[in-house]
Design a protein around this ligand. Sequence first.
Ligand code: SDX
Length: 424
Amino acid sequence: MKKSITFTDNRNGKSVEFPILEPSLGADVVDIRTLYKEMGIFTYDPGFSATASCSSDITFIDGGKGELLYRGYPIEELAENSNYLDVCYLILNGELPQKNSYDKMNDYIKSEYLLHEGLKNLFNAFQDNAHPMATLTSTVAALSSFHFEHLDIDNEAEYREMAYKIVAKIPTIAAYSYRHSHGLPLIYPDMDRYFTKNFLYMMRAKPNGKANIDDVEMRALDTIFSLHADHEQNASTSTVRAVASTGAHPYAAISAGIGALWGRAHGGANESVISQLEMIGDVKNVEKFIKKAKDPNDSFRLMGFGHRVYKNFDPRAKVLKKLRDELKGKVEIDDKISKIADRVEEIALSDDYFIKRNLYPNIDFYSGTILTALQIPKDMFTPIFVIGRTIGWIAQWIELKKDREAKIARPRQLYTGKKRRHIK
Ligand code: SDX
């Protein structure tokens, strides 16, 4: 029997049946595309917490179980067995790469690390204390003035090339943004180095090309990139899809996604977590701040806690906590900050206010402690999130381009303003 849901309007007794669409995993979806035409009404769902904006094969999240799958593979297994470029290939193409396809992708990405020389001049326009996210957002948008060949791409072969091109260039722009904001000379990418090693090289190298990067650090950052790679229809991905739905240039869509990610309720939380832990300053102050976070009249929120979808531990936070503990003794982990973070988690997880609201640590709660240990400054935490997430944004952009049911994003509203009136 075809599954459906009937809406009955008790103002006029009219009933209309709407079909249920069945997923391969997760919640069923009621297809209400004809609701307004059939019943003359809209749905009301600020923040879209109960709204499926598209169909997608890329990422699945079970918020109740705390499960995250990229193309069906659990994030824990990918963090353990694959590097970030494996994950990029998987998210973009749907399968993990064989050696030859990995090598082909890796070689192409290395060949695209460099930016157009003209883009470098853009950095001189920014104040030297500009936040790297401001520089990154603007420079990615400027890419569309250097790579207009992607303006109206309509063939798949180009999609892949465009995807790898932007994945390759974002770390260079992020590293340039960092060096510019710290008054350091820009370091050209090293096309012989693996993606993550090259990023650390551009962040750390002296003008003579000397850079001290050990494999433990490189693998830790590579795992962080993988954990951030995609996360279904989060705020920044929905932004990228909305911009892409108008037919805008992919780099303009990515730049819009970066802007959305910058918010402290979203990707900007990783920087706020460390600032907050530093502000708490000592384990003995934790209870005072937990009290503030619970106070409905206080806008203070526990950064790195809570999630729109996860009502259990964010599986990425679990991987990061394990990674942080594995790194102890190998890199300089700030013990004081770690102890404050552990105490926050311990108190929050046993407090009724957080339990009742299913507030658990999310990906941002532990990432900052590890990034600090990798000598990455706080204002670069969200650019690191951008580097990891770019492949997800691009893969979702391509999926939308290929989706025959996709339309321009144009929600309606509940109008509560003035009724028609006249000046005279
Ligand atoms: C990311 O969507 C994604 O997938 C995002 C992301 C990705 O990979 O793309 O996972 C990355 O953005 C992770 C989230 C990072 N943000 C933070 O850590 C900021 C702190 N968290 C909160 O701002 C909040 O939890 C959100 C924004 C993450 C989720 O907010 P929701 O789902 O809109 O929940 P809500 O604001 O409606 O809160 C429900 C209740 C409220 O209390 P009541 O009104 O019921 O009394 O929980 C409370 C909130 O006040 N609450 C918190 C809290 N988060 C929610 N109270 C204290 N501290 C918090 N952190």
